[in-house]
Write a protein that binds this ligand. Structure first.
Ligand SMILES: *Cc1c(COP(=O)(O)O)cnc(C)c1O
Length: 396
């Protein structure tokens, strides 16, 4: 991919390396470009269109809301917001929800609540938040500092202070958490952007214990892993955890921008009127998309089918490992799938696109595959076959 493609439209700031494809329509697992070419979209808009593109039930709910009220600010009660908050809390270990518009904003809210929580508990010296190397928490000033990747910090010093980066799955590092300055730990149970790196279950259990034993908040960034992506509504359920706080965004509105920070009662009590806010947060339109989305995810048998399909998919991909010496292995959880290679995968992404399939990278050597949760067995087979062909071609 050459960089100059990204600057073709001179009116758009050059912050992305874009593929030279103009997508104009989507339905289910398929998207179409302006020339009428069809693609199997196994990026799901980066884990956002979990129900596929323009899902019927969300579409009709949003259309209905478009005729009623779009926005009214949080100066008034918002029935849709209350309904979505109830759906989220009734199906999780949390009691309260704060709504915003994006993953970074959800993490900002989590970081703010963690700082104030320590002060409210009479521990003003606890100002730090522990995150992990290879993590990704967003691009705002504070969430960029929370992100444990140097390449994301480059050029933006001085960074916000108070973040320490430990190593995921490092048991020895756990003893460094309770240093008297830590108010919270923020972790992805499967690192998405950083390379599809799942945390070890026993390590997470111990991490949670260190937090609980020392009144340190245990916060899970579920912006990518949440909303059914791993085969449960939230990924923390897969590891039998009980976090104090989680953050959501990507899949929450099926592509309509919405984010949320969920907390238990005692932590949520830290926020009171005037301590935090968001103009668009939880507005009637965005929350209508959220309601329909979560109703679909919770419908009878939906998540069980995601688990069944994704287990089958990852097993089939693992079988192909032998077809190429360049493949190190298949990793991930549910439909958050990574295939690790010995070399950069960007040429492979291009080859997939030539076969009409869209996929992503994570890190440099990991192919990240994020099918819509609604994808069919037929489409999954189409992907497996295309992958097999590509591996054979590149081996020749
Ligand atoms: C995408 C992502 C974010 C940032 O979300 P934005 O909506 O882009 O701000 C934060 N954390 C994780 C784990 C993500 O995958």
């Amino acid at each position: 991919m050459s960089n100059n493609l990204a600057v073709k439209n001179v009116a758009i700031m050059n912050t992305y390396n874009r593929f030279p494809v103009k997508l104009v329509k989507g339905k289910g697992s398929k998207v179409w470009d302006d020339k009428g070419n069809e693609y199997l979209d196994y990026t799901s808009g980066i884990a956002t269109c979990n129900l596929g593109h323009v899902p019927d039930r969300v579409q009709s709910k949003v259309k209905e809301q478009l005729d009623l009220l779009w926005h009214c600010s949080n100066l008034y009660e918002i029935p849709n917001q209350e309904e979505l908050a109830t759906l989220l809390t009734e199906n999780s270990v949390f009691d309260k929800v704060f709504f915003c518009n994006s993953g970074a904003e959800a993490n900002e809210a989590a970081i703010k609540i963690a700082k104030k929580y320590a002060k409210d508990q009479g521990n003003p010296e606890r100002t730090d938040i522990v995150t992990f190397k290879q993590s990704f928490h967003g691009r705002t000033g504070t969430t960029m500092a929370a992100t444990g990747q140097e390449k994301i910090h480059q050029g933006f010093t001085p960074l916000d202070r108070g973040f320490r980066y430990l190593t995921l799955n490092d048991f020895d590092a756990l003893s460094e958490i309770n240093d008297g300055k830590t108010t919270a730990v923020l972790v992805e149970v499967v690192q998405g952007e950083g390379g599809v790196n799942p945390a070890d279950k026993e390590w997470l259990t111990q991490l949670e214990k260190v937090c609980k034993d020392n009144d340190i908040l245990f916060m899970v960034d579920e912006v990518q892993t949440g909303m059914g992506r791993t085969g449960k509504l939230f990924a923390y359920e897969q590891f039998d955890l009980k976090p104090d706080v989680i953050t959501l965004a990507k899949g929450l509105g099926s592509g309509i921008p919405i984010g949320a920070m969920l907390a238990t009662e005692s932590v949520a009590a830290t926020f009171s009127p005037g301590t935090h806010g968001c103009t668009f947060g939880g507005n009637p339109l965005a929350t209508s998309a959220g309601i329909a989305t979560i109703e679909c995810l919770l419908s009878e048998g939906f998540l069980a089918e995601v688990k069944e399909k994704s287990d089958w998919f990852r097993t089939e991909l693992a079988k192909l490992q032998q077809a190429s010496t360049n493949v190190i292995g298949v990793k991930g959880l549910g439909f958050l799938v990574g295939i690790e290679f010995t070399e950069p995968v960007s040429p492979l992404i291009e080859q997939f696109r030539e076969k009409g399939i869209l996929v992503l990278v994570a890190g440099t050597n990991v192919l990240r595959i994020l099918p819509p949760l609604t994808t069919t067995k037929e489409e999954l087979k189409q992907f497996v076959n295309a992958f097999h062909e590509l591996l054979l071609e590149t081996e020749e």
